[in-house]
Ligand binder design. Structure first.
Ligand code: ADP
Length: 265
């Protein structure tokens, strides 16, 4: 809060009034602070892979390129870091597009359960871990109007996280229910969970519960922030419930009309 005082003085010098104007600066200050924090985060996220690459490239230049054991490993590191930076920059561009509303939802009508099952199938076929997939998806047809590319990206991100944090032999459960004109989707894991006080923050840009650990797994910390933007663009919401040591459940909703879907019925 900022206050401006104006003193009303007569020629005689006597003060006979005081005007106080109060400005509410808290919202603007919050935005400024968030922006500064964002720029600092981006810089940090880019500097880390760049300094790593510099030291590996220096070592290669200093002779490691002739070492047939070391050279491929060093090149591999620089490639991994380059890919991470490309991913990061692409995600940043995507977020900036969403911020400026410079995008169109390419919506089409799809049957959600079939669409969801296909994505789960893809992960089930390619996963390398010992994780069981449990589907609690009704044998019914729920038609929704969605941008399938964007929704695929959201679901991919949630499932990748669930797999990343799943213990060997754990379950990942997939659920779909219809609740008050909303389709509610659930993806839950038996992983390490998230400390209670941080659960809501996982949707913030660059937020990671364990920065080093998430980075080593290739994460950028932007996946769920993008997911939230995309779900909100569809008129839905996304949230998490988690218990440390027990697991995490991510929920999201999509608008759904029980008796057919408006115009096209
Ligand atoms: P990242 O690229 O780091 O995965 P996300 O935005 O997808 O970024 O997730 C943000 C953070 O939320 C992760 O770094 C992790 O700390 C936490 N998180 C997300 N999903 C889970 C999960 N299923 N179990 C535990 N922690 C999770």
């Amino acid at each position: 809060l900022r206050a401006n005082f104006s003193v009303i003085q007569k020629e005689t010098g006597f003060v006979n009034g005081l005007i106080t104007v109060l400005h509410d600066n808290t919202e603007q200050e919050k935005i400024d602070m968030e922006r500064r924090e964002f720029v600092a985060n981006v810089s940090h996220e880019l500097r880390t892979p760049l300094t790593t690459m510099r030291s590996y490239l220096e070592a290669l230049t200093d002779g490691a390129w002739q070492d047939t054991d070391l050279a491929p490993t060093f090149l591999d590191v620089t490639q991994t870091e380059t890919e991470r930076m490309i991913r990061l920059v692409n995600e940043l561009l995507q977020l900036s597009k969403m911020d400026s509303r410079d995008y169109d939802l390419n919506e089409e009508i799809v049957e959600f359960n079939k669409f969801f099952n296909r994505i789960i199938d893809r992960f089930e076929l390619s996963k390398s871990q010992h994780v069981h997939f449990v589907r609690i998806i009704p044998n019914e047809e729920y038609f929704v109007e969605i941008d399938t590319d964007k929704l695929t990206q959201v679901i991919d991100n949630i499932i990748s996280n669930a797999l990343k944090y799943s213990p060997d032999g754990g379950n990942i459960r997939f659920g779909v229910i219809v609740k008050d004109n909303l389709l509610q989707v659930m993806i839950s894991d038996d992983g390490m969970g998230i400390p209670r006080e941080n659960v809501e923050r996982i949707f913030d840009r660059f937020y990671r519960v364990d920065r080093a650990r998430a980075r080593s797994m290739g994460g950028t910390g932007l996946g769920l922030a993008i997911a939230r933007e995309m779900i909100q663009a569809h008129g839905g919401s996304i949230w998490a419930e988690s218990e440390e040591g027990k697991g995490t459940t991510i929920f999201f909703t999509l608008p759904y009309e029980l008796d057919g879907v408006g115009e096209w019925e």
